[in-house]
Design a protein around this ligand. Structure first.
Ligand SMILES: *[C@@H]1O[C@H](CO)[C@@H](O)[C@H](O)[C@H]1NC(C)=O
Ligand SMILES: *[C@@H]1O[C@H](CO)[C@@H](O)[C@H](O)[C@H]1NC(C)=O
Ligand SMILES: *[C@@H]1O[C@H](CO)[C@@H](O)[C@H](O)[C@H]1NC(C)=O
Length: 192
């Protein structure tokens, strides 16, 4: 092997090793996640980050299958796109997970009913994104979970319909078009 080729190979190996070791599945209080950064679930099933669907120039926050990034399963800001790539995800003072735009306006919030002092958000391999207190890291004591907020995709473990505990109805709504995840048609609602 010639020297330049060897160096390129080493470089690629370093990049992939470095990339793997830095891809975290959690965001802790005090941290933020910029456009271009990602969370990856431990089993490498799902990724969470910023994207532009189809031919759109808008930026959305979302979750997709790692092996198939075009298969987006969740978009929290589907009706409030970011117009540039200066948005970021972080925690508010109350421990809410918030998506913030360049002028520091909150575009989307997990809207918790109680304050969480030391929040940790973790992307699970099921496609759930859960928020809990740092002190209850290994419990299922979620203060918020994205499974309560479906977009247009039902994953195993998610439930639809009215829920007394969370106080609202979960339903699936289609995207307006492949370039726009705006909630368009209600296409799955549980009959009462
Ligand atoms: C939880 O809090 C401890 C003490 O503040 C800190 O060392 C640790 O990194 C935190 N863990 C996470 C996942 O944020
Ligand atoms: C951020 O959001 C606020 C409120 O929606 C809006 O008024 C402002 O123009 C946005 N800023 C940018 C840079 O998009
Ligand atoms: C936030 O939660 C409160 C109740 O906990 C609810 O009344 C309000 O509509 C929610 N806001 C959003 C934007 O979902």
């Amino acid at each position: 092997m010639e020297t330049p080729t060897l160096f390129i190979c080493l470089y690629i190996i370093c990049l992939s090793v470095f990339g793997l070791s830095t891809a975290a599945d959690t965001l802790s209080s005090g941290q933020s996640m910029k456009d271009g950064e990602k969370l990856v679930s431990t089993g490498q099933s799902f990724e969470l980050g910023f994207f532009s669907p189809g031919n759109s120039k808008n930026r959305y926050f979302g979750m997709w299958y790692k092996i198939s990034p075009e298969t987006v399963v969740w978009v929290p800001n589907r009706d409030k796109p970011l117009t540039d790539s200066h948005g970021f995800l972080t925690f508010s003072h109350d421990g809410d997970l918030v998506l913030v735009n360049q002028s520091k306006s909150v575009v989307w919030s997990s809207n918790l009913s109680r304050v969480v002092k030391n929040p940790v958000a973790q992307l699970l391999d099921t496609g759930n994104l859960v928020l809990r207190e740092n002190s209850s890291l290994n419990c299922d004591d979620y203060r918020w979970q994205r499974f309560d907020h479906p977009s247009d995709t039902l994953l195993p473990g998610m439930k639809l319909g009215w829920d007394v505990k969370i106080g609202f109805e979960r339903c699936l709504t289609s995207w307006k078009s492949k370039d726009d995840p705006f909630p368009w048609r209600l296409y799955f609602q549980v009959e009462h």
